[in-house]
Structures are given as structure tokens and as C-alpha cells.
Design a protein around this ligand. Structure first.
Ligand code: NAG
Ligand code: NAG
Ligand code: NAG
Ligand code: NAG
Length: 457
């Protein structure tokens, strides 16, 4: 009996059994696949039972098996990506853990010197310690997750060995169902990845200056929905009086200034808050609250629609002005518009948009004044708002669309060139793209996934 267990607790669990039954086998059964969405602990389970070896004839289905193998390979590539991201966060977590340990020992030291201390300092430290206390189990869980991912990786590798062996030994059986199940596993893996890679913003590092070009104000971006191979960069200099979009095949072409195409949009844009999503450019038409969807492939405007009640043309811009009233952005959950309305007293409204029709699917009213916001970006359905476009800017406020709650926070962002006119998250790269006073910059973000609070898949 071959047994493979894949555990990604508490998020996902799958088991694949290569089972060689006794002589009482009913040959027609072929592959047996049992699966259930969840076990009692909320983990996903899938069990695959292979037929007895040498019972079937070698038939024409080995091609399908090859595809299956390829799928497994693809899954293991996904694991690689997951692993890389996890490793990155893991380093941060480790650092945080050692800081906490330092704090703890300082605390103990101080406690043993209690008589000599100022009560106020002691209380402060104690407060800080208490704040950090709940993080300890999270850190521990995080370490477990990282281990589980590497196990997951190893087991996928094992599974593909087993499949290769089976292919050699028995040719093929009824692979259709098995293929379906592997597809199912792939879907679940994707869910697991989304959960693990989504999380709360903890830290922003960088920037790296990719290029110095253009005016003080502009936008540059890649398409988070594009396949990993597609690295096209789009570049839109200036916040007004322009409708030329420059396209580059890759970041290195962008740095070298080797353009692959230019697009002449039918309407001028306003501001710098455009987004490229799934092959289309979404932008705010000048002097209006109309959002335009322009398809790069067809070179045509596919849809335009007014964003009802949205202020425009410097009625509710970000702190720097520049007609930055309507900010379009995308994250793991889709396409969003950030703007302000009179009805919400000039405070920021978050709307999720249908990418095809640009219709508003759902809206949330925040209590943060748009005119007091430096920039904002969305990660995993949470909007993060900076308090300034100038030096000393920090992420100051966040609003979760999932829970409809806000939180004040204090995450510094290094505004290297003193003026930020664009800042947007790209979920594929897990980076923030910024336009920093005529410099095109990238920041890394560290996300911390919150465990146990999320039981949707
Ligand atoms: C595996 O991934 C490659 C590239 O992403 C894709 O072309 C191929 O169709 C995938 N194979 C399967 C079986 O999904
Ligand atoms: C994967 O296969 C190797 C070698 O057969 C084995 O030692 C290891 O325990 C397997 N890993 C898991 C997690 O099943
Ligand atoms: C992206 O576009 C393709 C067609 O071009 C469509 O099938 C797919 O659903 C779109 N994806 C999203 C997330 O909108
Ligand atoms: C982000 O992190 C990756 C991996 O550690 C690194 O290669 C890259 O240079 C970093 N980018 C920035 C903008 O800091």
C-alpha cells in the first residue's frame, strides 16, 4: 500500500492513496476516488485509490496520464511560488519573534529590578508586552504552516513519482475521473494559496528605484491577471492633457527605454490612478466621473460608465491634487474604485466593480476624508490609506470590506523622492508600484495571514 498524505492544516488536507487491493479486486472499478470537501476539522480531503497492478490492459489513455503528470508538475510549481512567498514572510516573522523575545527578557530584567524603576516606564512596557502577547500563538502557527508547505511540496513530488511508476506498470485505467479530481485538488490548492498569501499588511520595504523618467506625476503598472510569463509594463506620464500609453515587453525593456507599442486613447485621462486589469486599461475620463475600459487587444473602448455621485476634477482629490479624485485599483478579489461623494461628506467610498460592465457591485462608506488621504491601495479586500504624499508619509488607516470595520495603524513608508503621486498594489508581484517624483519605484509588502478567523474558502 502506497500512501501519501498532504496536510496544510488548518487550511487544506488531502490524501492520496495508491492502493493495491487483494485478489478479490473487481477489475472494472479501476481508479476509485473518494473526496469530501471537509473533514471534521475543516480540512479538505481527497483520497485516490489506484486499481490493482497488472489487471488492466495498456490502453490509449496514457496521454491523459501524461497530462495528469503535467498538472501535478504545475501544482508543484504553484507550491514553489507559495513557498517563496512564505519564506519571505517567514524571515520577517523570525525577526519579529526575536524582537519579542528581546522585549520579554528586558521585561523580566526590569521586573527583577522593580524597585528602581519609574512606574510610568514600567506600565508602558507592560502595555506593549500585553499587546504583543496574542501574537505568540500566531507566530507559532506560522512556523507550522511553513513546515507544512514544505511537506506539501515533498508529497506532490512523491505523488508524481507514484504516477510515473503506475504509468510504467499498468498503463492506464479510467483516468477521466482521476483527472477531474486532480483538477479539484488544483482548485483547492489555489484556495489554500490565496488564503496563505492574503493577509494583513505588516510592513512595507524599499523602495527600489526601477527608472527615473517623466514628469513629477504619472503612473506605471503591470497586469496582475496576466500569466506569469507576460511581464508587459504600461507607462502613462502626467496627470492631465495626455492620452498616450506606452507599452514595454518587460521591465528590462522599460528600463532600457525599448517601447513595443503605443496606444492613442480616444479620451484624455484625469489623474494618475489608472489600472491595467486582465488585458484592459481602466481610467477616469478627463473632467468627468466616467470610467473607461479600453482593451489593449482590440485597441478600442469596450465600456464606459459614470461612477454615480463620485466627485471629480479636484473636488475630492488626494492631498497632492492632480485630478486624483477617482482611484482605480485591483487586488486578489477583483477591481475597485476609491472616490468620495457629497452624500458621504467627502469621505472615501470603496466600490467593487464588475470588470466587464464597470457596474458597482457593492459599496462601503468610510469615515476618512478623501482630501486628507495621500494615496490608497487595496490588498485582499482591505483598503490602506496613507496620510500624506510628502516625506514622513505612513499607512495610517485601513478599512476591511470583509468586516466593514476600520482601524488606525502606523506603517512607515519610505518616500525617497519626497512626492508620491501614485501608489498601487499588484497582487501578482505582491508589490506596490509607485511614482515618486519622476522616479518609478517598487516597494515590497509583508502580509501576515490571520489564522482561525477565516473559515470561508
Ligand atoms: C501547465 O502549465 C503550462 C504553462 O502554464 C500550461 O501551458 C499547461 O497547459 C499546463 N498543463 C496542464 C495539464 O494544466
Ligand atoms: C516521499 O518519498 C520519500 C522516499 O520514498 C520518503 O522518504 C518520504 O517520507 C516521502 N514523503 C512523504 C511526506 O510522504
Ligand atoms: C479575463 O478575461 C477573459 C477573457 O478575455 C475572461 O474569460 C476572464 O473571465 C477574465 N477574468 C477576470 C478575472 O475578469
Ligand atoms: C522584494 O523581495 C524580493 C525577494 O526577497 C527581492 O528579490 C526584491 O528585490 C524585493 N523588492 C523590493 C522592491 O524590495
Amino acid at each position: 500500500m502506497r500512501a501519501l498524505f498532504v496536510v496544510l492544516k488548518p487550511l487544506c488536507f488531502l490524501a492520496l492513496l495508491g492502493y493495491c487491493p487483494s485478489a478479490t479486486i473487481r477489475p472494472k472499478e479501476g481508479w476509485q476516488v473518494y473526496s469530501s470537501a471537509q473533514d471534521a476539522d475543516g480540512r479538505c480531503i481527497c483520497t485516490v485509490v489506484a486499481p490493482e497492478q497488472n489487471l488492466c490492459s495498456r490502453d490509449a489513455k496514457s496521454r491523459q496520464l501524461r497530462q495528469l503528470l503535467e498538472k501535478i508538475q504545475n501544482m508543484s510549481q504553484s507550491i514553489e511560488v507559495l513557498n517563496l512567498r512564505t519564506q519571505r514572510d517567514f524571515q520577517y516573522v523570525m525577526k519579529m519573534e526575536s524582537q519579542m523575545k528581546g522585549l520579554r527578557s528586558k521585561f523580566r530584567q526590569i521586573e527583577s529590578n522593580r524597585r528602581t524603576l519609574l512606574t510610568k516606564n514600567f506600565q508602558e512596557l507592560k502595555g506593549k508586552m500585553n499587546e504583543l502577547q496574542p501574537l505568540i500563538p500566531v507566530l507559532e502557527q506560522y512556523k507550522t504552516d511553513a513546515t507544512l508547505i514544505s511537506q506539501f511540496k515533498e508529497e506532490i513530488r512523491n505523488l508524481s513519482h507514484v504516477l510515473t511508476a503506475i504509468q510504467e506498470e499498468i498503463g492506464a485505467y479510467d483516468y477521466e475521473e482521476l483527472q477531474q479530481r486532480v483538477l479539484g485538488l488544483e482548485g483547492r490548492l489555489r484556495n489554500c494559496m490565496n488564503k496563505l498569501t492574503c493577509g494583513k499588511l505588516m510592513k512595507i520595504t524599499g523602495p527600489i528605484t526601477v527608472k527615473t523618467s517623466g514628469t513629477r506625476f504619472g503612473a506605471w503598472m503591470t497586469d496582475p491577471q496576466a500569466s506569469p510569463k507576460n511581464k508587459k509594463v504600461w507607462y502613462m506620464d502626467s496627470y492631465t492633457n495626455n492620452k498616450i500609453v506606452r507599452e514595454y515587453k518587460s521591465v528590462s525593456d522599460f528600463v532600457a527605454g525599448v517601447e513595443s507599442r503605443t496606444y492613442n486613447l480616444p479620451f484624455h485621462w484625469a489623474g494618475t490612478n489608472h489600472v491595467v486589469y486582465n488585458g484592459s486599461l481602466y481610467y477616469n475620463k478627463y473632467q468627468s466621473n466616467i470610467i473607461v475600459r479600453y482593451s489593449f487587444e482590440s485597441g478600442r473602448v469596450m465600456t464606459q460608465r459614470a461612477l454615480e455621485s463620485a466627485g471629480f476634477h479636484n473636488v475630492y482629490p488626494y492631498t497632492w491634487g492632480g485630478f486624483s479624485d477617482i482611484d482605480l485599483m485591483a487586488d486578489e478579489l477583483g477591481l475597485w474604485a476609491i472616490y468620495a461623494t457629497n452624500q458621504n461628506a467627502g469621505n472615501i467610498v470603496i466600490s467593487q466593480l464588475d470588470p466587464l460592465t464597470i457596474q458597482v457591485l457593492n459599496s462601503w462608506n468610510t469615515e476618512y476624508s478623501k482630501r486628507n488621504a495621500g494615496e490608497s491601495f487595496m490588498i485582499c479586500g482591505t483598503l490602506y490609506i496613507t496620510n500624506s504624499h510628502l516625506t514622513g508619509a505612513k499607512v495610517y488607516y485601513s478599512y476591511s470590506t470583509k468586516t466593514s470595520t476600520y482601524e488606525y495603524m502606523d506603517i512607515p513608508i519610505h518616500n525617497q523622492y519626497f512626492h508620491m503621486s501614485m501608489l498601487d498594489y499588484n497582487a501578482r508581484d505582491r508589490a506596490l508600484y509607485g511614482w515618486n517624483n519622476g522616479h518609478q519605484v517598487l516597494f515590497n509588502v509583508t502580509l501576515f495571514h490571520v489564522i482561525k478567523t477565516d473559515d470561508e474558502s
